[in-house]
Design a protein around this ligand. Structure first.
Ligand code: ZN
Length: 685
């Protein structure tokens, strides 16, 4: 139930402050505004460059997100010039954008909303426009105007669907003139506009009208099963998750044909109820709730329905077939409507699997959340529409024109350039500190989505949180992982499958050091070193290899070994022998991985002390005594030992791993790269 969230204390005093505040309270209310939708404005008198009083309008910049609105997101335009355009007969989108550019007070400000004229032509000082769920429900109906009339009577003006631009703005202005008592304008298949003398007035009218549509639909829905009886019962939680983890990699491969994607899985009760219902197939094909959603969801979701959703094999088979049919349908749709714009990625953004859940796809975690949020609201909009009438969307042609509208496509160009590991998924073991932590942070900084694993769960959490702080929500997830335990390893990879849809790179780093001359080495220490430093690498590499083969998108494994593999030192028997096994494992895996496009390489660091869990006080003391030096001299000793006379840091190792994880090393597999400042006896040969 929407209600006013306005607080005079927080709204600020100036018209611009109140505009920013209104934008935020609207943007934070999901029933009103989702991800970049909606826009707001306010008209004020200001002094121009020459000190003359001038009417200007602050209007939301195109593509900015209201829930985090800042004053700089609102370019100002000269109102007199905006209003003068109303006298025109027509204006193409290109002319309109060029016109805006010449009305701007600050030419360097963001591009004003494509709905700028609409705001400018209205007399109200403050204007609010949203794509509120309940308004979409009543306007996406077969009866459209009649339903809107039932809800609002004469208190709003109604304007038929038309793509935003000059003509829609003019129609809205004329509709309001013809209906001077209107409290707002309802745009069919699109949303609601309200205005007022202040932002507060415009906002509160908005809330009142949205609530009225909500009440109307709720009254009609009472006690009815809108989506019909259940056709596919959702599998029990654990089984559903297990099946989802099994099928995600092949789904990811299928939607990554043009560019790699991240997947997001959702199986909330609202989603499961809708996708398992008898009427889902019919309703999901009708179309989007508003054209604004098309760039994020496409016109229709991919539906993968099998009689027995507990069979991962049946689902994988159906995914292949349905994806190929979906792509064919998409290309035929583009062909039907012809455009000069380049073809957008044909892969679905929303995938519904009755009995299992919903996947959304995107180039990163953020762009997966957007279609997920939109689709969950689309389900609400459909429910609302079906409770008052029959759900109906805009026509296919209007949908196509919205999806391939150059002004919408312009928003895509505002996204920052892709980083080297964008859309890539990396799992790092032993990532709570030292080298593993540096690798996780470095790869995330280049765009990777990271599963941060370690025996130390709270340490892994801290690293994942730091990655999210630096790179954005959803970019890392942490879990406890004991690399010596088969079940723990399986669980970490299941997390990768469920959270992101698969894996591109495994960085097998977890290790442990034992220091003792062989004649004093206990069997338990020897076995523990083998368990972590050899078997641990085997278990994670085996799981990664299985996943890579299911996913069929190639892959990469980087093993962190040690300089001791090529140049062992005394008292490091258990460590060096197990690490040698790790490297031999890496070489065999490189041989076996070639045919699957899986590259396997080794990095050999030496003497990385900073933040290391390997170099415990005890290990330092023992190494110092092996070298016959004082423990304080140890770092200096290692520095003096290498050819470059440098200290080697975890960041240096991370840099080598980044290169091996990236496509810049696409022709390199089976290699061993020392990161040790140059140790002559450790040269690989
Ligand atoms: Zn709009």
């Amino acid at each position: 139930m929407v209600k006013s969230r306005w607080s005079d204390a927080e709204a600020g005093a100036s018209a611009l402050d109140q505009l920013v505040y209104m934008s935020r309270v609207m943007g934070q209310d999901e029933a009103l505004v989702l991800w970049g939708g909606g826009n707001t404005s306010t008209k004020v008198e200001e002094l121009d460059l020459l000190g003359r009083p001038t009417q200007v309008m602050y209007i939301k910049g195109t593509g900015s997100d209201m829930k985090v609105a800042q004053p700089r997101d609102f370019p100002a335009v000269r109102l007199e010039e905006i209003r003068a355009s109303l006298a025109r007969e027509d204006m193409s989108d290109e002319e309109m954008v060029a016109y805006f550019a010449r009305c701007m007070i600050d030419p360097a400000a963001p591009r004003p909303s494509i709905e700028t004229l609409l705001h400018g032509y209205l007399d109200g000082r403050a204007v609010a426009h949203s794509h509120a769920d309940s308004v979409l429900s009543i306007t996406n109906t077969a009866g459209r105007e009649d339903v809107v009339g039932d809800v609002y009577g004469d208190s709003v003006a109604v304007v038929a669907y038309r793509r935003p631009g000059f003509l829609l703005a003019k129609e809205v202005a004329l509709a309001v003139r013809a209906n001077p008592l209107a409290q707002g304008v309802v745009l069919i298949n699109h949303g609601l506009i309200t205005w007022g003398g202040t932002a507060k007035e415009a906002y509160e009218r908005h809330i009142t009208l949205v609530a009225r549509a909500e009440d109307f639909a709720r009254g009609r829905a009472a006690g009815r099963r809108i989506f019909g009886p259940t056709r596919r019962t959702a599998l029990p939680d654990a089984q559903r998750r297990a099946v989802a983890a099994r099928v995600a990699p092949s789904l990811r491969a299928g939607v990554s044909a043009r560019a790699p994607k991240i997947l997001r899985f959702e199986d909330g009760s609202d989603v499961l109820e809708f996708i398992g219902s008898e009427r889902m197939d019919e309703l999901a094909q009708v179309g989007p709730a508003t054209p604004d959603h098309l760039l994020n969801t496409k016109r229709s979701p991919l539906i993968v329905d099998v009689p027995d959703p507990s069979s991962a094999a049946a689902l994988n088979e159906a995914i292949r077939e349905e994806l190929s049919a979906y792509t064919d349908r998409y290309l035929a749709y583009v062909e039907r409507h012809r455009t000069n714009e380049p073809l957008l990625d044909a892969a679905p953004r929303v995938v519904l699997v009755p009995g299992i859940g919903m996947w959304t796809t995107g180039r990163d975690s953020r762009t997966c959340v957007i279609p997920a949020d939109i689709y969950r609201h689309t389900i609400q909009v459909i429910a609302g529409a079906e409770s008052v009438d029959r759900y109906a969307s805009l026509s296919e042609k209007d949908g196509f024109d919205a999806e391939y509208w150059p002004l919408e496509l312009y928003k895509l160009t505002l996204a920052p350039p892709e980083r080297e590991l964008a859309s890539r998924i990396v799992l790092v073991t032993g990532a709570a500190r030292g080298i593993g932590s540096a690798i996780a942070r470095r790869l995330a900084g280049e765009g990777a989505h990271v599963i941060v694993t370690d025996l130390d769960e709270s340490g892994a959490d801290a690293v994942a949180n730091a990655i999210v702080q630096a790179n954005g929500a959803g970019r890392a997830v942490a879990t406890r992982l004991d690399v010596t335990d088969e079940r723990s390893v399986a669980a970490a990879f299941e997390l990768a499958r469920l959270t992101y849809g698969g894996l591109d790179v495994l960085v097998s780093n977890a290790g442990v050091a034992h220091v003792a001359p062989i004649h004093q080495l206990g069997l338990a220490e020897w076995q523990h070193s083998l368990a972590v430093n050899a078997t641990g690498h085997f278990l994670v590499a085996r799981e990664a290899m299985r996943l890579f083969q299911e996913q069929a998108m190639g892959g990469g494994v980087v093993f962190i070994a040690t300089k001791n593999v090529t140049a062992p030192g005394r008292d490091f028997g258990a460590y060096s022998a197990a690490k040698a096994a790790e490297v031999q494992l890496a070489r065999v895996l490189a041989i076996e991985g070639g045919e699957h496009g899986v590259r396997v390489n080794v990095v050999n660091p030496d003497a990385v002390f900073e933040g290391s869990g390997l170099w415990s006080g005890e290990v330092r003391r023992q190494r110092a005594s092996s070298h016959g030096i004082d423990v304080q001299e140890l770092e200096e000793y290692y520095r003096e030992r290498n050819l470059l006379r440098v200290r080697v840091t975890a960041e240096d190792v991370a840099e080598a791993v980044l290169w091996l994880a990236s496509s810049r090393s696409a022709r390199t597999t089976g290699a061993m790269i020392p990161v040790d400042g140059g140790v002559r006896e450790a040269f690989p040969r």
